[in-house]
Design a protein around this ligand. Structure first.
Ligand SMILES: [Zn+2]
Ligand SMILES: [Zn+2]
Length: 128
């Protein structure tokens, strides 16, 4: 005798436990048709994990994953560009040497540099 389990996504009671899978993300039971050759309800999907094989995700968690991936994808170009700019400024490219100051030709009639007046004045007299 089976009591049935309510799918967390479509809220329908499923009496065939084989048609339900626990969501890897939130743990709720949801419809996941295990038969590729039979009609079934899919309220989620199976995703290949990076290391742990196949993970089952309900539709709610799939939406969440999609949103996060879209946000991450939207952010990464900026982050990559910023990182590139950062590396350039951090010495990725050699900076050109500072341009030598061009010697300014003396102008005719230009007053000579002002003498420092009072520089020659003795500040004190030696008294023996
Ligand atoms: Zn369902
Ligand atoms: Zn879930």
């Amino acid at each position: 005798m089976t009591t049935g389990t309510v799918c967390a996504i479509c809220q329908r009671t499923e009496h065939n436990a084989a048609l339900l899978s626990p969501c890897y993300g939130c743990g709720s039971m949801f419809h996941l048709n295990p038969y590729s050759n039979r009609e079934g309800i899919d309220c989620g999907d199976a995703i290949l994990g990076e290391t742990l094989g196949v993970h089952f995700y309900c539709q709610r968690c799939l939406d969440e994953i999609d949103r996060e991936e879209r946000e991450a994808a939207g952010d990464s170009p900026h982050a990559r560009a910023a990182a590139m700019v950062e590396s350039l400024h951090a010495g990725g490219l050699p900076l050109p040497p500072p341009a030598p100051a061009e010697p300014t030709p003396p102008r005719d009639g230009a007053p000579p540099p002002a003498k420092q007046r009072g520089g020659a004045r003795r500040r004190y007299r030696r008294v023996d």
